[in-house]
Ligand binder design. Structure first.
Ligand SMILES: [Zn+2]
Length: 259
């Protein structure tokens, strides 16, 4: 596959990078990313992934845009208030780049529908703010063999990590958090407060990490770092990371069945 001249022009600053190059750009052009949660993380992630030339998105969110979202959810403007986030995000994408293919899912993901919603994706980026959805999405990723990029932010700490629990040696998100949170669907953002730039930092770092995953095996920048959780500390302005091991007894990806 060769990119047409206008696309080569659009992505010229990527293509000249030896770590991405023409092969990397073509890989992004045919990539399909499912974005779960179009909020403070999903908004900047979508902007940078669309800007990077990812060719197809599934946009998943059941919420509506509220005035208090505009402080950090950068794809929305005042005219979107009261409208669905998934529909508004599609409108942003259509204005930004008319060649990107889009599918919408404006339902909340659960154990029963998550598999259908992410079907066909090369990567799922989950930026939702509740554990029940994250675990349902993670389990669906393991079952479908789709990598998961998890991005979360609370106050001044962000977390970003890529998981490939479908692989025999790699952890899934459930290996990390366990089974205690399946019923925990409270949204904490409204109570905790959030500096917009903090969720933006986490979201753009997630976009960069998503590109690493998508380019794995295709370009030198590709390096998914499975199971490595990056912690972003907004108060100290520091980052650190640690590795999550696969739990052999994990309900979603483990090799030993409990009981
Ligand atoms: Zn697991």
């Amino acid at each position: 596959m060769a990119l047409p001249p206008d696309r080569i022009d659009r992505f010229a600053r990527h293509i000249v990078l030896p770590e991405i190059g023409g092969a990397g750009q073509v890989t992004l052009a045919v990539a399909h990313v499912a974005l779960v949660g179009l909020g403070g993380i999903g908004s900047p992630a979508l902007q940078y992934l669309a800007g990077a030339g990812v060719g197809r998105f599934t946009l998943i969110d059941d919420g509506r845009v509220e005035l208090s979202n505009l402080q950090r959810q950068t794809i929305y403007s005042e005219r979107d208030v009261g409208h669905g986030k998934a529909v508004s995000a599609r409108r942003w994408l259509a204005n930004f780049d008319g060649e990107i293919a889009v599918e919408l899912v404006d339902r909340r993901l659960t154990r029963d529908n998550a598999g259908d919603a992410i079907a066909g994706a090369d990567l799922v980026l989950d930026g939702t703010d509740n554990f029940a959805t994250r675990l349902a999405v993670s389990d669906a990723c393991v079952a479908s063999g789709v990598p998961l990029l998890l991005a979360a932010v609370g106050r001044f700490q962000g977390q970003v990590g890529a998981f490939a629990g479908h692989l025999p040696e790699e952890a899934c998100y459930r290996c990390f958090v366990g089974d205690a949170f399946d019923a925990d669907d409270c949204d904490t953002c409204a109570e905790d407060g959030m500096l917009g730039a903090m969720s933006g930092w986490t979201g753009t770092f997630a976009a960069m990490h998503a590109i690493r995953v998508l380019l794995s095996g295709k370009a030198a920048f590709g390096d998914p770092q499975w199971g490595r959780l990056h912690l972003l500390d907004g108060l100290k302005a520091e980052m650190r990371s640690f590795h999550i091991a696969k739990d052999p007894a994990c309900r979603a990806c483990g090799s030993t069945v409990p009981g």
